[in-house]
Design a protein around this ligand. Structure first.
Ligand SMILES: [Zn+2]
Length: 191
């Protein structure tokens, strides 16, 4: 399975045959830096057009800020004017209030997320993709169906067979559970 974190950035983890797969230098699962658009915005890693630079919450918020600055209407205008940080909860409220700009930008993000996940599913033939991170947690019922549409549009039929895409049940606690599992594995403890 693949775990994908969609929030401030985009990260991921691979569990293959029941075990975390780390790769030869512990980098495996770094899905955030898959190239999506070589002419896209600059990523935190220094390259252009990485998945994270296009579909993370930060990337989506940057697009919304540009829209608002170019005169488009959104309920987030006061936050943008005040230079406040726009978090996932504010985006979820805007979606609930039918804010067209926010809906458009998050929908565009879902299209990219679905497409990238389809490429990864073709590579790895997963049983399951679990999505978490602040943006997905705040907006899973809005985002998941949109991600699935783009996913099934791109994926090969054989790669999609029996595959489930679900949102994380552990939420923010996933990291601490992961830390416990790591300690158990490396130190031979049973917590
Ligand atoms: Zn990058």
């Amino acid at each position: 399975m693949l775990y994908g974190f969609i929030g401030t950035g985009i990260g991921g983890g691979l569990i293959l045959d029941g075990k975390i797969y780390r790769g030869s230098k512990f980098v495996a699962g770094e899905i955030g830096h898959v190239l999506v658009d070589k002419n896209g915005p600059v990523c935190g890693c220094g390259n252009r057009g990485c998945f994270e630079a296009i579909a993370s919450r930060t990337a989506i918020v940057n697009k919304i800020i540009d829209d608002i600055k170019s005169g488009k209407k959104s309920e987030l205008i006061d936050m943008v004017k005040a230079g406040e940080r726009i978090k996932s909860k504010s985006l979820a409220n805007a979606v609930a209030n039918d804010d067209k700009i926010v809906i458009k930008r998050i929908s565009d993000g879902c299209e990219v997320i679905g497409g990238v996940l389809a490429s990864l599913a073709n590579l790895m033939n997963f049983d399951m993709i679990v999505l978490g991170g602040g943006l997905v947690e705040a907006l899973d019922s809005f985002m998941l169906p949109k991600i699935e549409i783009a996913f099934y549009d791109h994926v090969l039929n054989a790669s999609a067979e029996g595959l489930k895409i679900v949102s994380s049940k552990l939420g923010d606690d996933a990291a601490i559970w992961g830390g416990i599992a790591l300690a158990e594995e490396f130190l031979g403890l049973k917590v």
